[in-house]
Design a protein around this ligand. Structure first.
Ligand code: FAD
Length: 417
């Protein structure tokens, strides 16, 4: 490890690994650090088709195509009465290769991205924890970290990219995180072997199933080796009101989702229950002098549409271009480093609105699209992540009146504490 780099990237998830690969590939001395030993476990297994373009740019499409990851060709919704929608087949919307994506075991997927960053020239160190970001006022100048050997080191950088996920080191330090008070959700999830698999092209679909009271929903994500990821999402207060352990809460809600119970009838649970609490928030700004936030470190909305990894890769790509540009111009100001954020926010806000629609109990996508068949294409665009073009917002001219005001943000986290 050198004493100084052009760019230090904090966090070895999809955002950090993608950004490190691109900045290193452009010829800048780049350090990527991850606190855990890789490969490491992580939630977030279902990808959106529009990740394709970042994979293409990173040069890992062939590896993904020849991988063991399950191919995901559609997404399907099961309503509170147990009735399944017709699957949204991505290829019906766009016949190209980019309509196929994958359900990934994140330990393997993130490791692939990690190896790619190393191959592109980034210095990659796992078991290396950033314990402090050096800030002179608002300006980042480097980090203090502990290495795998337990040594504490200071490393200087012209730019620090914070991709530390929900730790969001810089935004927490500067009190920039704003939670969404109307999306106080939690998740409980686990893994099954031998769960039902549809035949043919439906075998890799993500299925989203409502519980019978429409209060909560489950994800059903078929992974390789006959393992299926099954997760419950609901309001944090309601889900844990009984103070029962997560396993019990999960089982109680499973009994309220007969379609899912049937899928799991012959399955064996092969992992413990995992819990994530209150995960919807956004940082007030994406960059300062010498630093930029990407992926979950910048914000996270809700897992319903599997947008997290796509947003991580997209922000990595957009921010990396700004970092490369800033380093070349020798101007690492907030303005240059955050120049991508307005365009990203515009697109991400459309997914936020779609989330609001999903959580509006009276709203039905099926009924809405039956009334407005002209929006089916626009809707599919949003579901695949094609959100960065003029007109991607058109569906909301008709959907807005139905949506409860779930898109706002609250007072600073620290002020709440
Ligand atoms: C319940 C739930 C379900 C989800 N389901 C999906 C899904 O199906 N599909 C989808 O696309 N997304 C999903 N997501 C979202 C997805 O998990 C994230 O959006 C995605 O992992 C973000 O990637 P990232 O690289 O920004 O952060 P991460 O993947 O979290 O990576 C950040 C890394 O930074 C490291 N780090 C943290 N602090 C330090 C430090 N001090 N020093 C060094 N390293 C550090 C962490 O160890 C971690 O490896 C889900 C999220 C939740 C909560």
């Amino acid at each position: 490890m050198r004493e100084a780099y052009d760019c230090i990237v904090l966090g070895g998830g999809p955002a950090g690994t993608a950004a490190a690969a691109l900045v290193a590939e452009a010829g800048h001395a780049t350090l990527l650090v991850e606190r855990e030993k890789t490969p490491r476990f992580h939630v977030g297994e279902s990808l959106m088709p529009e990740t394709y373009w970042t994979f293409e740019r990173l040069g890992i499409l062939d590896e993904l195509k020849s991988s063991r990851f399950t191919r995901k060709l559609s997404v399907q919704f099961v309503n509170a009465r147990g009735k399944a929608s017709k699957p949204f087949y991505f290829h019906e919307h766009d016949g190209r290769d980019c309509s196929q994506t994958w359900q990934v075991r994140r330990s393997e997927f993130d490791r692939l991205l990690w190896d790619n960053a190393a191959a592109k020239g980034a210095d990659c160190y796992d078991q290396t924890r950033v314990i402090d970001v050096a800030l002179e006022g608002d300006r980042a100048t480097g980090v203090t970290l502990t290495t795998a050997d337990g040594e504490t080191r200071q490393v200087a950088a012209r730019v620090v990219i914070d991709a530390s996920g929900q730790q969001s080191l810089i935004a927490n330090r500067l009190n920039l995180l704003r939670p969404n008070p109307r999306l106080r959700k939690s998740a409980i999830w686990t893994y099954y072997r031998g769960a039902e698999r549809a035949e043919g092209i439906d075998g890799g679909a993500t299925v989203i199933l409502h519980t019978e009271d429409k209060e909560n929903w489950f994800w059903y994500i078929p992974l390789h080796d006959d393992v299926t990821s099954v997760g419950l999402v609901g309001d944090v207060d309601r889900l844990f009101a009984s103070r029962e352990p997560p396993a019990q809460v999960f089982q109680t809600q499973l009994a309220r989702c007969q379609n899912l119970e049937a899928r799991l009838a012959d399955a064996e649970r092969v992992d413990d229950f995992h819990v994530a609490r209150e995960f919807s928030y956004k940082a007030e700004r994406a960059a300062g002098d010498g630093w930029v936030l990407i992926g979950d470190a910048y914000g996270f909305i809700d897992p319903i549409y599997s947008s997290g990894v796509f947003f991580a890769l997209k922000t990595a790509e957009m921010a990396a271009d700004c970092v490369i540009d800033a380093l070349a111009a020798d101007d690492v100001s907030a303005t240059r480093l955050g120049a991508w954020a307005a365009e990203f926010d515009r697109g991400a806000n459309l997914v936020r609105k779609l989330i609001a629609a999903f959580y509006t109990k009276e709203f039905s996508f099926g009924e809405f699209l039956a009334q407005h068949p002209e929006h089916v294409g626009n809707m599919t665009d949003l579901l695949i992540g094609r959100i960065f073009y003029d007109g991607a917002e058109r569906i909301f001219e008709d959907m807005d009146p139905y949506i409860a005001n779930l898109t706002g943000t609250a007072a600073p986290l620290a002020a709440d504490r």
